[in-house]
Design a protein around this ligand. Structure first.
Ligand SMILES: CCCCCCCC/C=C\CCCCCCCC(=O)OC[C@H](COP(=O)(O)O[C@@H]1[C@H](O)[C@H](OP(=O)(O)O)[C@@H](O)[C@H](O)[C@H]1O)OC(=O)CCCCCCC/C=C\CCCCCCCC
Ligand SMILES: Nc1ccn([C@@H]2O[C@H](COP(=O)(O)O)[C@@H](O)[C@H]2O)c(=O)n1
Ligand code: MG
Ligand code: MG
Length: 219
């Protein structure tokens, strides 16, 4: 949903910045790599210590690089298969760092095995949700579904909740409840999305397999 409705807005906002980076001689691949490195650093340095506010600030500064790199490639007329592969692969790395950092917190100072498990579920289900589409497309199916909770939703729900939960350390009472609630929402939403995508791939695969093979013996 965000991918559909918010992308156009962010494209307008980020296009001048992407153009500036191009003028400075920065490549889209460099933006992809630096953005992922920044997200990983924010997540893996701050989150395991329970520093949710500063972790989210750092991650937010870098996560928008995922919208800037493609924008730059399109402005340059240089969208490439390599760029698409690099972008999607490093998305998985960034997501693993965000939920991995949170899981480390709950396994340590956060002291909650239940929330550690929910966070690991968010990590794993998010990766599998993305894989269903990539694998379905690789076997020639359209995978004509996005589902309830795509990557943008997973990130926005988790990061907004993390950022606000971090205000607890600055004295805002009870606000830290937002993060566990968000993790449960992302976990449940990812499960629903996974089911939506698997059902779609199963239907599309059955339809494709029922088609007569071109030039082959169905007559
Ligand atoms: C007082 C509290 C202070 C709090 C501190 C700050 C809080 C800031 C909080 C949040 C900011 C969140 C920003 C998140 C931005 C996410 C942008 C992004 O990277 O989206 C990526 C997404 C997908 O891009 P791709 O096409 O490159 O990726 C594909 C995707 O990964 C597929 O995965 P799948 O969906 O299948 O699981 C893969 O299959 C595919 O391989 C891959 O290519 O991009 C978009 O979807 C575009 C839309 C982005 C919309 C961003 C909306 C941000 C909206 C609100 C920000 C809220 C700010 C609120 C601040 C509140 C603080 C006061
Ligand atoms: N280093 C890169 C990154 C991306 N691309 C191209 O952009 C598409 C992704 O667009 P986003 O707006 O989601 O970033 C991707 O599929 C590639 O075509 C690129 O070429 N090089
Ligand atoms: Mg990108
Ligand atoms: Mg991406």
């Amino acid at each position: 949903m965000l991918n559909k409705y918010a992308r156009a807005f962010f494209t307008r906002v980020l296009t001048p910045f992407a153009a500036l980076l191009i003028r400075l001689g920065v490549s889209p691949d460099a933006v992809t790599l630096i953005g992922t490195g920044g997200v990983m650093a924010g997540a893996l340095v701050f989150y395991p210590q329970g520093e949710f506010f500063w972790g989210t600030v750092v991650i937010t500064l870098f996560v928008f690089s995922d919208l800037v790199d493609g924008n730059m490639a399109r402005q340059l007329g240089r969208s490439s298969r390599w760029g698409a592969f690099l972008d999607s692969t490093l998305d998985r790395v960034a997501d693993a760092a965000i939920f991995g950092g949170l899981a480390l917190w709950y396994a340590g100072g956060g002291d909650s095995i239940a929330l550690c498990a929910v966070t690991i579920f968010c990590l794993a289900s998010g990766q599998v949700v993305s894989y269903t589409k990539a694998r379905g497309e690789s076997i020639g199916l359209p995978v004509n579904v996005n589902g309830l909770v795509e990557r943008a939703e997973r990130l926005v729900i988790s990061l907004v909740a993390c950022g606000f939960s971090g205000l607890h350390k600055f004295g805002v009472p009870h606000i830290d409840i937002l993060l566990p609630v968000a993790l449960w929402v992302v976990a449940a939403g990812s499960l629903v999305t996974l089911i939506q995508r698997v059902v779609t791939v199963r239907r599309e695969a059955a339809e494709a397999d029922a088609q007569p093979v071109a030039g082959g013996g169905n007559e």
